[in-house]
Each structure stands twice: as structure tokens, then as C-alpha cells.
Ligand binder design. Structure first.
Ligand SMILES: [Zn+2]
Ligand SMILES: [Zn+2]
Length: 321
């Protein structure tokens, strides 16, 4: 027969389990903010090709436009302007997809095959691959009748820091409540990332306090943050930076940032090395082993410069003949 004390405990145990169960059902704002969202969901568009109308195709058009691919067609007709946001797979979209495929070392089929969609769904840098003049530092330019540079990985017009600015200062402009990365972590990660570039060019980088003059401004931001290039929430675009001598470098605060990184995290140092490349004047490259390749996925640490990065930055600053 049960003792009264045993009954008392079993009643309370059931009660405690019930409370724990109910608490688990409640939304947790801290955890839900960091849960990875599904990446750009384009899977249902697989196999689409010219001539078809497929629901959701406008997402591909918007994606390609966002990263500069609308600039591959020099004189776009009124017909295409009228159709740039609908679901018609027209010949302009086919040309844009071919340009994307060339840039990412994919077979230039002009259709939305599995490899192309998989590439597009990987998280990436927010800086466009093709500029407003239709110039690109990536492979597509080589097939473009020489509209732009072929091998160089610089912003249009080769913008760079003048020799009087080889000692650059940087400071942090972050609202600490936006991110799980604390100041000490950010400071040490950035110091390492700057040192990575300083090892190959005659630049010095020094952190200064928030009220001091600085050349480079680094911070976490969310959504539309006033520079004309809004962030899009978790995944897709993780950061962007501006060409010399602007100096702004922004991370999307809604990403799951890490310094490890775990398989569901974006590596802060890898992304910082990439974005400092833009701060110095480098553009994207099609070389998948380079830090300046635009897509860097979750859990990937690519903190060392590749030969393409080193050649690019040394050429830009006149260190190679
Ligand atoms: Zn980039
Ligand atoms: Zn920004």
C-alpha cells in the first residue's frame, strides 16, 4: 500500500512534468531568433527553361537582379522591363542565368538545373557580381566581347587607397543588443582578419576608440539600415562592404555567427577576411579556392588568402609588375 508521502511526491512529480511540458510548447524568443531559416527556397523551379511560365520564377529574376545580372543585357527592351517581375522564362532570363553559370564554373545551359539552383541557395556576400556598367571581375566577362576587364578583380575604375592611406584605422559601430558576438570577440577576430591582409601588402591596420577618427567602420546591422542595400534576415546574404575609400563593413546581425564555427554557424573571421578584401578594393572572383569567391556556406572556415586573392591585391597596389 502507498504511503501518504509517496502519494504526495508522485502528485508533485506529475505536476512538475506538466509545467515543464507546457513551458516547452511556449515560443522562446532567444532561441527562435537564431534558428536557421530555410534558405532561398527555389527547389520547385528545378528544370525550368526558356519559354515556360513557372510560378515563383520572379524570385530568380529578383535574385539575379540583386547581384547585378540584370546589367548583362546592355539595351533592355520595354518588353523585358515589363516582364522583369513576372514568372515568364524569357530570353533575357536565359542570358542572365548563363552569365551566372559562367561565373560559378557551371555548365552554361541557360536553364535552372540542379547545380545552378544549389549554388544560388548557398549563403553569400551582398556585393553584386556585375556592376552597373555590365563589368565583372568574374568569368562571365571573358565571354562578353571584352566589355570590361578580364582578369582583374577590382571595383570598376580600380578604386583603391592612396599611398598616404596605407596606415588605416578602424572602429566598431555596433548596437550590442543586435548580436550574440561580444566586443572582445569581434575585436580579436577583426585584428586577425586585418593581419591576414597586412601579411601580403604594406598596410597597417589599427583599432581606435568609438569617438576617434577612423577610416573603416565595422558593425552589425539588420534589415534596411540606411545605405541602400538592406539585409534580408537569416541566410542568403550575410554581409557587405563598400569600395575604397568608403570604409563601411556591415554584418547581417540576424545570422547565426560563430567563431568555431559549428555546422549551423557562419564563420565571423572568414566573412571578415572576405569583406576586408572589398574594403581594400577587390571584387569577387570565380576561383572557388579564393576568399573573394562570393558564396561561403554554413560551418565553413576559409580564413587564409588563396593565390588568386594575393595576386589580385598585389596587382591592385602595384606590387607585381
Ligand atoms: Zn563579397
Ligand atoms: Zn550596410
Amino acid at each position: 500500500m502507498k504511503s501518504p508521502i509517496y502519494s504526495f511526491f508522485s502528485f508533485h512529480l506529475v505536476f512538475v512534468f506538466l509545467i515543464v511540458f507546457l513551458l516547452a510548447l511556449l515560443p522562446n524568443p532567444t532561441l527562435s531568433r537564431k534558428e536557421p531559416q530555410p534558405a532561398l527556397s527555389l527547389k520547385h523551379l528545378e528544370g525550368s527553361r526558356k519559354g515556360q511560365t513557372v510560378k515563383g520564377l520572379h524570385e530568380i529574376k529578383n535574385y539575379l537582379k540583386r547581384f547585378g545580372y540584370a546589367n548583362v543585357v546592355a539595351n533592355i527592351s520595354n518588353y523585358h522591363l515589363a516582364h522583369e517581375n513576372d514568372d515568364k522564362f524569357d530570353d533575357v532570363l536565359e542570358i542572365e542565368i548563363k552569365a551566372y553559370q559562367l561565373n560559378y564554373n557551371l555548365e552554361a545551359t541557360g536553364m535552372l538545373d540542379t547545380q545552378t539552383l544549389q549554388q544560388m541557395m548557398l549563403p553569400r556576400c551582398g556585393v553584386p557580381d556585375i556592376d552597373t556598367n555590365g563589368k565583372s571581375s568574374m568569368k562571365w566577362n571573358r565571354y562578353n566581347g571584352g566589355r570590361g576587364n578580364v582578369n582583374f578583380k577590382f571595383f570598376n575604375g580600380k578604386r583603391k587607397w592612396p599611398p598616404s592611406k596605407y596606415n588605416l584605422t578602424y572602429k566598431f559601430t555596433t548596437d550590442g543588443s543586435l548580436t550574440n558576438i561580444d566586443y572582445e570577440t569581434l575585436s580579436s577576430v577583426c585584428a586577425r582578419a586585418f593581419a591576414t591582409w597586412a601579411a601580403v601588402i604594406p598596410f597597417q591596420f589599427k583599432e581606435v576608440g568609438v569617438v576617434e577618427h577612423a577610416d573603416i567602420f565595422i558593425g552589425f546591422r539588420t534589415g534596411d539600415h540606411g545605405d541602400g542595400t538592406p539585409f534580408d534576415g537569416p541566410l542568403n546574404v550575410w554581409a557587405h562592404a563598400f569600395e575604397p575609400t568608403d570604409g563601411r563593413l556591415h554584418y547581417d546581425a540576424t545570422e547565426n555567427w560563430g567563431t568555431g564555427p559549428a555546422s549551423d554557424e557562419i564563420d565571423l573571421e572568414t566573412i571578415t577576411v572576405h569583406e576586408i578584401g572589398h574594403i581594400l578594393g577587390l571584387e569577387h572572383t570565380s576561383d572557388g579556392s579564393a576568399v573573394m569567391f562570393p558564396h561561403i556556406g554554413l560551418g565553413v572556415a576559409k580564413r587564409q588568402l588563396g593565390s588568386d586573392d594575393i595576386m589580385g591585391v598585389k596587382t591592385l597596389y602595384g606590387l607585381i609588375g
